[in-house]
Design a protein around this ligand. Structure first.
Ligand SMILES: [Fe+2]
Ligand SMILES: [Fe+2]
Length: 188
């Protein structure tokens, strides 16, 4: 039996992701005011691509959603279909941010405006997405799953984490904390 609670793992990751959400909102403001924030934007991007894209969303898309579907939860409509659609929009925004950040080497006005737009849209979308998972999807999952389902999910989630590695995960969580603290200092 696996002692890890996979739903609690996802909830804990949401708390880390929300730190980056807070940092993105402030970064957008200070960039719009004319400050050069290329380095923190690169860090935000790295976090979104690795911690969210290759870890958190993989756990949900490749393991949690299919496990719910196997227990009879419909994959179309609310909640799974809507959440998958939001993941697609979030992935597209991260890709847009990546392209804008590459262009920003030339420090032109258009690429800065594109970065600000992506940061704002990501910061606007994530809290609602996380709220739906924390307060709708996860409570429902706890009702639908049996202990064996949770144990199997916990094992799969650990395998996803292993692909990133504990040191890199820790480093990315520290990065989120640092970006959040820096952004709060910049906002005060
Ligand atoms: Fe999600
Ligand atoms: Fe999530």
């Amino acid at each position: 039996m696996n002692s890890l609670d996979p739903i609690a793992m996802l909830e804990a990751e949401h708390r880390v992701i929300l730190k980056i959400v807070g940092a993105m909102a402030v970064l957008a403001d200070v960039m719009e005011a004319g400050q050069d924030k290329r380095k923190p934007v690169e860090s935000v991007l790295e976090f979104l691509q690795a911690y969210v894209g290759r870890c958190h969303h993989i756990k949900e898309e490749q393991h949690l959603f299919p496990a719910l579907a196997a227990r009879g939860v419909p994959t179309q409509g609310c909640p799974i279909g809507a959440l998958v659609h939001e993941h697609q929009k979030l992935h597209a925004l991260v890709e847009d941010l990546s392209q804008a950040a590459q262009m920003a080497g030339q420090a032109d006005q258009a690429s800065r405006a594109a970065i600000v737009r992506c940061l704002r849209e990501l910061a606007a979308m994530y809290p609602g997405h996380i709220w739906k998972e924390d307060y709708l999807l996860f409570p429902m999952s706890r009702k639908v799953f049996q202990q064996g389902d949770l144990d199997a999910l916990g094992t799969k989630f650990c395998q996803v984490d292993d692909q990133i590695g504990p040191q890199d995960r820790r480093r990315l969580e520290d990065l989120a904390e640092r970006l959040y603290e820096d952004s709060m200092a910049a906002a005060s």
